[in-house]
Design a protein around this ligand. Structure first.
Ligand code: CA
Length: 179
């Protein structure tokens, strides 16, 4: 019994030590998601298809709904630059595709996706972010299945846009220091 008691005591002390370390350590921040199993498995919340690779070897995932969400970590409110490399699904006569990113419940500017694969960037206001887990949502104008839009297309997934990577960068540098 004595041994068990001391084991429990040691466990409690260890838990306290870990909690203390967690408080003093900076909160983790998601800086880059490469849309591969290694970096992004836990981050894809909803609206995504599985990981794929382009012929060039770039990993990506299709957003297969009008909305796709990611779980990202931040160390607190701060203006952040959001960058992402993406391309829209398209066909002859397709309507323009747009993406509107959201940080939690804050809507950012709507971006029109031009043809081909491009890097887009937009800024997000500090108060949109909170310390810990945040939800980054991409809202699209449409999501359509290749089988309905391309003659001979067999893919039944409703595709909006494919993402190669997402990057989140703090902007504005260091907070002002007291003189
Ligand atoms: Ca990638």
């Amino acid at each position: 019994m004595k041994r068990r008691g001391s084991f429990l005591q040691a466990s409690a002390l260890l838990a306290l030590a870990l909690a203390g370390a967690a408080c003093s350590r900076p909160a983790p921040q998601t800086r880059f998601l490469n849309f591969d199993a290694e970096s992004s498995s836990g981050a894809l919340l909803s609206g995504w298809s599985s990981f794929e690779k382009t012929p060039e070897g770039d990993t990506f995932a299709w957003a297969q709904a009008r909305e796709a969400t990611l779980s990202v970590s931040a160390d607190g409110p701060a203006d952040r630059l959001l960058r992402f490399r993406t391309w829209s699904f398209g066909w002859e006569g397709a309507p323009p595709q747009t993406v509107t990113p959201w940080v939690n419940d804050v809507r950012l500017e709507t971006i029109r996706l031009a043809g081909g694969t491009r890097v887009y960037s937009t800024t997000s206001p500090g108060p949109a972010w909170k310390r810990g887990g945040n939800v980054l949502k991409f809202e699209f104008a449409w999501a359509e299945a290749p089988k309905d839009r391309i003659p001979g297309g067999g893919d039944a997934r409703t595709l909006s846009a494919a993402f190669d990577w997402v990057e989140i960068l703090p902007v504005g540098g260091e907070p002002p220091r007291r003189p």
